[in-house]
Design a protein around this ligand. Structure first.
Ligand SMILES: Cc1cc2nc3c(=O)[nH]c(=O)nc-3n(C[C@H](O)[C@H](O)[C@H](O)COP(=O)(O)OP(=O)(O)OC[C@H]3O[C@@H](n4cnc5c(N)ncnc54)[C@H](O)[C@@H]3O)c2cc1C
Length: 559
């Protein structure tokens, strides 16, 4: 049994990504022996263009193949999208996760697929966890070493307590209990009250106006921004809608996270070659790869609707193909910048939502090192020479990855967001490494990190890549309605016929941006939408997200 298998089997009372906006049990739907549903025979082989070979695109393509449809995947770059694992040249299996890298155990649908393709996982070395070993917090010129929160100066515990109390004042435990109990009614009652209250207010507003923080000096707020909760610094999220943060904490996305051994890009890649199950109408052994002759079609350059209602997708090299439906999983901005789309495909309200989407910027720079030298003990202090590092300096977060004895190790020298990421944007990889080493040199004056570097460093700025334009959505105050318009779009019965048959899925559409679980859940919504578009239905004993939509629908704030 892989560790993914263990994680896929939800424990009773476990907090999972169940809502809070749309508390549908995707993991139960996926695990049910009846499968996700079926389409009439006449629909077998109809083609669905899937724009984007990231996780959402591959999950949807795989499940549509299971139903007997023919997914046709378009992708300009490589399979994986924002699950991109860079393998260092000459060091097999030594990787840098340039996109998603830590996966909360509460993401049970994500782990369902990780298990299907046989991936293994291990605890992620987050600050102050056993997996990190040693954590170093360097703020305002002061450096603290600790293994647990209790080993830090008492101000840090006071900050953690203020955060817990502030959350409690808006009903945190009651919401988590409802998530644990899978009590959709109770969760909706609690969550739906918070949505209008907090859609228009920022995370910073929450912190600054909370009585729990107000009684503490300002510098505690700075510490909170730096050390935050769970994974480290959260001050880059201060301008975001507070709803974004509440979703993360209520569903435990910030705690108990795992990495995928060998790199998470293996998940979409293995879905590409995973044979359809015996239930599928396709012949035994059919895979997405075999349906495509091994490689996806080139990136999409245009999506048009013909007079007969079918779709015409033109690829970047000029070939047009006719499809019966389209599923777009790329970032929404690309539908106005990269892909010529008939404006009539979506309502003006939906175009507004797609175009107003706001992306977070993010940069990471990694080096491979000869060995996990950070575990060497400094004889003067008796401590490891380096630790997992959070700082207010340029690098912000530094993560250390030990690949086991006799293998090169990896350091994520810097992981930054928003304005910290923009500081790196103009610089090439070499300059970014130098800037990072300089900042880390002030925290670790006696450690010669550069002397351990081997191979070529690697860096990424997602906002600088024309196929992404940003790391992922970070909704601003007032964006709930935009998210709602995108999310509910898979329910197409009430749409004019000119807007049916083209679907959206992926991180942008999700209420949980920045988490692969959200990409999977929205892909499953689209699968339900496409299945019913072609006259199919979920099994009566295993209703899908659309069957329960009216009961569970995200609260409508009205336009
Ligand atoms: C820096 C960073 C850190 C993250 N950290 C985490 C984390 O720790 N944990 C977690 O769970 N999640 C994390 N995420 C989020 C996670 O990576 C995403 O939720 C998930 O990968 C999104 O998958 P997707 O399929 O929706 O989109 P994508 O992966 O973006 O897939 C869309 C695909 O569309 C393609 N495309 C673009 N243009 C076209 C075109 N013209 N035609 C066809 N295809 C096109 C793109 O190349 C891409 O492959 C992180 C993301 C980033 C960027």
């Amino acid at each position: 049994m892989t560790t993914a298998t263990m994680l896929e089997q939800r424990l009773p009372g476990q907090v999972t990504v169940f809502g809070p906006d749309f508390p549908f049990a995707y993991d139960d739907w996926l695990r049910h022996p009846a499968g996700l549903g079926s389409v009439p025979r006449a629909a077998h082989g109809v083609t669905v263009a899937i724009v984007g070979a990231g996780l959402a695109g591959l999950v949807a393509a795989y499940e549509l193949m299971e139903l007997g449809l023919r997914p046709v995947v378009y992708e300009p770059v490589r399979i994986g999208g924002r699950l991109r694992s860079h393998e260092f040249a000459g060091a097999e299996g030594v990787i840098a996760e340039l996109g998603g890298m830590r996966f909360p155990v509460s993401g049970t649908s994500f782990f369902h697929y990780a298990d299907r393709v046989g991936l293994d996982s291990a605890p992620f070395p987050n600050p102050l966890t056993d997996a990190a070993g040693s954590t170093v917090i360097d703020i305002a010129g002061q450096t603290h070493h600790a293994r647990t929160l209790g080993e830090l100066p008492p101000e840090f515990a006071a900050v953690a307590q203020a955060w817990d109390e502030a959350l409690e004042q808006i009903g945190f435990s009651a919401m988590q209990d409802a998530v644990r109990a899978r009590d959709a009614g109770k969760l909706k009652r609690l969550w739906n009250e918070l949505v209008p209250l907090w859609d228009g207010r920022t995370f910073y507003d929450f912190v600054a106006t909370s009585a729990c923080f107000a009684k503490l000096p300002f510098r505690y707020r700075e510490m909170f921004g730096l050390v935050g909760f769970g994974t480290g610094g959260w001050d880059s999220d201060f301008p975001n809608s507070m709803l974004e943060i509440l979703r993360v904490v209520v569903t435990n996305c910030d705690t108990d996270q795992r990495l995928i051994v060998g790199g998470v890009e293996q998940l979409p890649r293995r879905l590409w070659t995973l044979p359809a199950s015996e239930r599928s109408p396709w012949p035994a052994g059919t895979t997405l790869a075999s349906l495509h002759g091994g490689v996806p079609r080139p990136g999409a350059a245009a999506i048009r609707r013909r007079d007969d209602g079918a779709f015409l997708v033109r690829d970047r090299w000029g070939t047009s193909r006719v499809h019966d439906a389209v599923l777009a999983t790329c970032q929404g901005w690309l539908l106005t910048t990269q892909i010529e789309c008939d404006e009539s495909l979506f309502s003006q309200d939906l175009w507004m939502a797609l175009d107003r989407t706001r992306y977070m910027q993010s940069s990471k720079t990694f080096v491979m090192v000869d060995r996990p030298f950070w575990q060497d003990i400094d004889t003067a202090t008796g401590r490891p020479v380096m630790g997992m590092t959070l700082t207010d300096r340029l690098t912000r977060g530094t993560y250390l990855f030990d690949n086991g004895p006799g293998r090169p190790a990896v350091i994520c020298l810097t992981y930054t967001w928003m304005s910290d990421a923009l500081k790196m944007l103009p610089y090439d990889v070499e300059q970014r490494v130098k800037l990072s080493l300089d900042a880390l040199g002030k925290i670790y004056p006696g450690v010669d990190i550069a002397s351990h570097i081997v191979g070529d460093p690697v860096t990424v700025s997602w906002e600088d890549d024309p196929h992404f334009l940003g790391a992922f959505k970070g909704a601003l105050p007032g964006h709930y309605r935009y998210n709602h318009r995108m999310y509910r779009h898979f329910m197409q019965d009430a749409l004019p016929s000119a807007e049916r048959g083209v679907f959206l899925a992926g991180d942008d559409v999700s209420f949980m941006p920045g988490w692969a679980e959200g990409a999977v859940q929205t892909a499953l919504n689209a699968v339900w939408g496409i299945m019913t578009h072609f006259g199919g239905a979920a099994h009566p004993e295993n209703p899908g997200p659309g069957d329960l939509y009216d009961k569970l629908a995200p609260v409508d704030l009205g336009e």
